[in-house]
Write a protein that binds this ligand. Structure first.
Ligand SMILES: [Fe+2]
Ligand SMILES: [Fe+2]
Length: 149
């Protein structure tokens, strides 16, 4: 496979996984927005905790694929000058999993009145994740352009 084909395949895989991750994340955001602070029932919070946990597992799998399945290695091969950016992406991975873990604990043990705090945690996560994916996608585009030239 030529390196340009390799980058096309990687780009397709990464974009598809990012789409799937966003799909799950949208469902979580909708669930968080549906929480009522004046509710007595803690069940919706606990359900949300389970949703966050399964999302976290998916995300860890995605990140593992990026770190060990070829994306980061391919980026470094084509763009050795992007070493720092790739290291920053790796650090983001840890940070994103930590934020999600905090949000999960919050949902697992929180009372309905804490729904707002949980929203803030998840908004922070969303911001980090969007920036992270944008950075990955733009590095990939750069690498692909080079591989084609
Ligand atoms: Fe990533
Ligand atoms: Fe990613």
């Amino acid at each position: 496979m030529s390196s340009s084909q390799t980058y096309s395949r990687l780009t397709e895989e990464v974009l598809e996984q990012h789409r799937q991750i966003h799909f799950y994340l949208d469902q979580i955001v909708a669930a968080v927005n549906g929480l009522r602070e004046d509710a007595e029932d803690t069940e919706p919070m606990r359900t949300l905790a389970a949703q966050i946990e399964s999302f976290r597992e998916r995300l860890v799998e995605h990140q593992h694929g990026e770190e060990h399945g070829g994306l980061f290695a391919a980026l470094l091969e084509e763009l050795p000058e992007a070493r720092q950016e790739v290291s920053a992406l790796r650090l983001d991975h840890q940070r994103m999993v930590e934020i999600l873990e905090l949000a999960r604990l919050h949902a697992q043990h929180g009372q309905p009145g804490e729904a707002h705090d949980l929203k803030v945690d998840l908004e922070g996560f969303l911001g980090t994740m969007r920036e992270h994916e944008r950075a990955e996608e733009s590095l990939l585009a750069r690498a692909m352009a080079l591989a084609r030239s």
